[in-house]
Design a protein around this ligand. Structure first.
Ligand code: KPL
Length: 301
């Protein structure tokens, strides 16, 4: 039965570790597929509302696994293609694969490399950061919205229940596309601004100038999003983005973390994706463009 199948988590970064710890803590058989496997298991600690949850989680390399029924792919968006290829041999029509990347364009990539799998797309608003190598802080309690990549795919009820019990709320959305665009809008505002101003998500609400810039980013991207996803016509992006910034106020966005640690950021999959769509439509987004350039050009030393 699918309920007794382990849940594999590909990617042991902040979101992967949040899920691994939460699932293992709630009694679900959980296995990690990290980039490099050094031991049979890894001990992860998740700090959540001042309490530590420590879990020892078995880990395997993708090559060692012959069959995967439940898989959460939690790698960065620019690592997705490599991740999909690494598990291709173990995925079949019974496999349920959930993509948890920021940005857009993942569905097409997964359909190309895992054409037989049941594919699901998730929009995540949990804020979590790495405190030390195997320690993570769950700094903002968000939610996970999950929907099918192909509108005809049935909801994976048992898996959904396990995920919801481990890290509520997990909600099924039969049409996930507008939610992914909403998430893109959140990430296209909070992530680059927090990286640029070296601040946590909540600080964006406290500075008048930064808040105005948030509003300006929304004004510029609105025609692009409304064209790509007409269901979002007149959608109140500002309220949504400000509410995410408030609920994850103490969290440093994933782009802030990557940028300030000198790691590659997801700017191309977030702002870059929007800028490309804007240019296809003949729309200009000068503030997005300016921030994109500031975050992608090498800094003068
Ligand atoms: O998705 C996020 C991220 O950091 O990538 C938010 C919701 C902005 C939380 O920080």
């Amino acid at each position: 039965m699918s309920e007794s199948q382990p849940v594999f988590i590909l990617g042991a970064g902040a979101i992967g570790s949040l899920w691994a710890c939460s699932l293992a803590h709630s009694g679900v058989e959980t296995r990690l597929i990290p980039r490099r496997v050094s031991d049979d298991s890894i001990t992860l600690t998740l700090t959540h509302q001042g309490q530590n949850i420590t879990q020892s989680i078995p880990q395997q390399s993708a090559k060692q696994i012959s069959r995967i029924t439940n898989l959460l792919i939690c790698v960065k968006s620019y690592q997705l293609e490599q991740a999909l290829l690494s598990v291709q041999h173990a995925v079949n029509a019974q496999s349920r694969v959930i993509l948890l990347q920021n940005g857009m364009g993942h569905k097409e990539l997964a359909q190309k490399h895992l054409p037989h799998a049941q594919l699901f797309l998730a929009s995540n608003t949990h804020g979590v950061f790495r405190q030390s190598q195997h320690q993570f802080v769950h700094a903002g309690w968000g939610k996970t919205l999950l929907g099918p990549a192909n509108i005809n795919t049935q909801a994976p009820e048992a898996l959904l229940a396990q995920l919801h019990q481990a890290l509520p709320a997990v909600t099924w959305e039969a049409d996930i596309t507008p939610l992914l665009w909403r998430k893109l809008a959140v990430n296209a505002v909070i992530n680059p601004l927090t990286a640029l101003y070296d601040c946590n998500n909540g600080a964006l609400l406290e500075h008048t100038e930064w808040r105005q810039q948030m509003h300006q980013l929304v004004i510029e991207m609105r025609p692009v999003i409304e064209y790509q996803c007409p269901a979002l016509k007149h959608y109140d992006f500002v309220t949504e983005i400000e509410s995410v910034a408030a609920t994850t106020a103490m969290n440093y966005s994933s782009m802030h973390q990557d940028y300030h640690l000198g790691r590659r950021t997801e700017i191309d999959q977030i702002s870059g994706y929007l800028l490309n769509k804007a240019s296809e439509q003949g729309v200009v987004m000068p503030t997005h463009q300016d921030i994109y350039l500031r975050l992608t050009q090498p800094t003068e030393s």
